[in-house]
Design a protein around this ligand. Structure first.
Ligand code: FES
Length: 156
């Protein structure tokens, strides 16, 4: 059974109050579950389904549709590296390879210290700043190898 923390319960209450239909709070509740556990567990999906009167399968279909939700354990920092057309033309593939080698993992993997997960991502709507990546909630644009080195080194 999944248990939301006291803080999460407050967030849930705050979000449920915003919508006329409980089901509309699905995305915010997925965020609450992910913020608490680091990813959305099957148990959390089941609990969310109960609270919103929807099936766990429905919750899972939404959680797996959006790449901002993780349904397996990820590192402390999730790097979403854009490889869509604008970023690709500006050298994203080479920089993604560089980042993977630097972290010692394959794209899609997590470092053994659980600090970084590196994912290839579709357009993150920052095309004019390509090549770019998102690290958790922060966008980093006009990437170069040197800039990537500095960003990774700055993360505690
Ligand atoms: S193509 Fe990379 S942000 Fe749009």
């Amino acid at each position: 059974m999944f248990v939301f923390s006291e803080e999460s319960e407050k967030e849930i209450e705050r979000n449920l109050a915003k919508y006329p239909f409980k089901k509309s709070a699905l995305l915010p509740l997925l965020h609450v579950a992910q913020d608490q556990e680091g990813y959305v567990t099957p148990e959390a999906m089941e609990e969310i389904g109960k609270r919103l009167d929807v099936s766990p399968a429905y919750v899972e279909s939404v959680a797996t549709f959006y790449t901002m939700f993780h349904t397996r354990p990820v590192g402390k920092y999730v790097i979403l590296f854009c490889h869509n057309i604008s970023c690709k033309l500006l050298g994203a593939d080479d920089l993604l390879d560089y980042t993977a080698k630097k972290l010692g993992i394959e794209v899609g993997g997590t470092t053994t210290d659980k600090k970084f997960t590196l994912l290839r991502e579709e357009c993150l709507a920052a095309c004019c700043g390509g090549p770019m990546m998102r690290v958790n909630e922060d966008f980093h644009e006009f990437l170069t190898k040197d800039k990537i080195d500095k960003i990774l080194a700055s993360l505690p």
